[in-house]
Design a protein around this ligand. Structure first.
Ligand code: ARG
Length: 461
């Protein structure tokens, strides 16, 4: 059994079950690179401040670099009796370079060390997530562009409401993801400050230079209260919250892809690469990927709730409870990354059944509002126009006709304000292209939005 760095005041060994129970090495080993990166910056600062010798710092840095290579080469055995990644690496360092390795932990505690490691790790992961988010946004824009002109029914209450461009519908998701990216960028600012230097909770008696460490590690600044530095996990919570909202968006998109790929809707085909079959029903092609993304939304919500609950009512400063921050955070990162990755490819490869969408858009009296707007433009108050068209629709239902199929005489049974030019307003294209203001579904408005998004992405705005 390895000797514990804190064993000094103990006379009896830790109970074996307790040792495993309290250890975090099984999951915090993924922080190894950041733990070493932080330690190297810390050692350099200690030497620069004359707290340890230059030669000592060099031996520590070399030792840490060798350990990094060992871990990456699979030549490092993580030990549960050394509890966590911090003590595993420190013990190995002392083993490698001798007692001088024990100087690394001067002016530092595992409490500020772990806060640093998580921040460094999350910072890198966030950059990766933003790349995946980017790819999905790109896939949406590409599909919106190549399917421009495809018409689908727009829904409210999942009842046919008004026709919209399929591209317009996709751009709605683009907007959601744009806000998600904004949330990540915003939390990044609060994440990107150095907590190291807080010590266990009260600061340190050594003449450290926190700004120097921050600069070496690429942080924009340093935290400003030692108690808060070691007890704050807002950055993890903010990430889990932003991730939960992102997953909510993906779950809505998933739901639509599932509906649209059903025989009943028949709007799109998902590539075979993203579906599986049934072991009993030979005709089946199941939309597993969107279903699973929809399902995984649950665990991301759960992780947010779990972490909020871990942090609830904890007295300042560090408490062991906070070791429970890692698994929900890691699981959220893995889940979100996986979902974004698979979604980007799936969206890029989906194919659209334009005729089927168009037929659906023509059903359900989707241009009824356009008739009402027409009558309003002739001077009729909207409420009366609504009533007129409501009766017209009822007539259509009775006659088994669609609105554009009514003769002028039939239209005029409901309002004498209707003239021959009504037929210019009740086609799907006319209905769509009349909604020209910014954010509307008219082709020209959608083209403007795509162009704006492209310019934004090229960093030209
Ligand atoms: N493994 C611990 C964690 O993840 C590191 C900090 C431990 N600090 C302590 N005083 N026990 O939270």
């Amino acid at each position: 059994m390895s000797k514990k760095p804190w064993a000094g005041r103990f006379t009896q060994p830790t109970d074996q079950f307790v040792e495993a129970f309290t250890a975090s090495i099984d999951f915090d080993q993924r922080l190894y690179r950041y733990d070493i990166q932080g330690s190297i910056a810390h050692a350099r600062m200690l030497a620069r401040q004359g707290i340890i010798g230059d030669g000592e710092a060099q031996a520590i840095v070399d030792g840490l670099e060798a350990i990094l290579a060992d871990i990456e080469g699979g030549d490092f055995e993580f030990s549960v009796s050394l509890e966590d990644i911090h003590m595993n690496i420190e013990a190995r360092l002392i083993e490698r370079i001798g007692p001088v390795g024990g100087k690394l932990h001067t002016a530092r505690s595992r409490n500020d060390q772990v806060a640093l490691d998580i921040r460094l790790y999350l910072r890198d992961e966030l950059n990766r997530i933003r790349e995946y988010l980017d790819r999905l946004q790109e896939a949406l824009l590409d599909q919106a562009e190549s399917n421009l002109g495809v018409i689908m029914p727009g829904y409210t209450h999942l009842q046919t409401a008004q026709p919209v461009l399929f591209s317009h519908h996709l751009l709605a998701y683009y907007e959601m993801l744009r806000r998600d990216a904004g949330r990540f960028a915003d939390l990044f600012k609060r994440l990107n400050v150095l907590p190291l230097g807080a010590g266990a909770l009260a600061g340190t008696t050594f003449p450290i230079d926190r700004e120097f460490v921050a600069e070496q590690l690429g942080f924009a600044g340093v935290t400003r209260n030692s108690l808060d530095s070691v007890s704050d996990r807002d950055f993890a919570l903010e990430f889990c919250a932003a991730a939960a909202i992102l997953m909510m968006h993906l779950s809505r998109f998933s739901e639509e892809l599932i509906l649209w790929s059903s025989a009943d809707f028949d709007f799109i085909t998902l590539s075979d690469a993203f579906c599986t079959g049934s072991s009993i029903m030979p005709q089946k092609k199941n939309p597993d990927v969107p279903e699973l993304v929809r399902g995984k939304t649950g665990r991301v919500y759960g992780n947010l709730m779990g972490l909020l609950t871990v942090m609830k009512a904890l007295p300042l400063a560090y408490n062991k409870d906070m070791q429970e921050d890692k698994e929900p955070l890691f699981d959220t990162l893995d889940t979100v990354t996986g979902c974004l990755k698979v979604f980007a490819d799936m969206v890029a490869q989906l194919s659209v059944k334009a005729d089927s969408m168009r037929q659906a858009a023509a059903r359900g009296f989707s241009t009824a509002t356009d008739v009402a707007d027409y009558v309003v433009r002739k001077g009729v108050p909207f409420r009366d126009a609504h009533e007129i068209v409501g009766k017209t629709v009822r007539y259509c239902i009775e006659q088994g006709k669609d609105i554009p199929e009514l003769s002028l005489a039939e239209f005029r049974r409901f309002s004498e304000h209707i003239d021959q030019d009504i037929y210019d307003y009740v086609t799907l294209e006319a209905s769509i292209n009349a909604r020209r203001a910014t954010g509307g579904t008219a082709r020209e408005a959608v083209e403007r939005e795509i162009a704006l998004a492209r310019r934004e992405r090229a960093g030209r705005i």
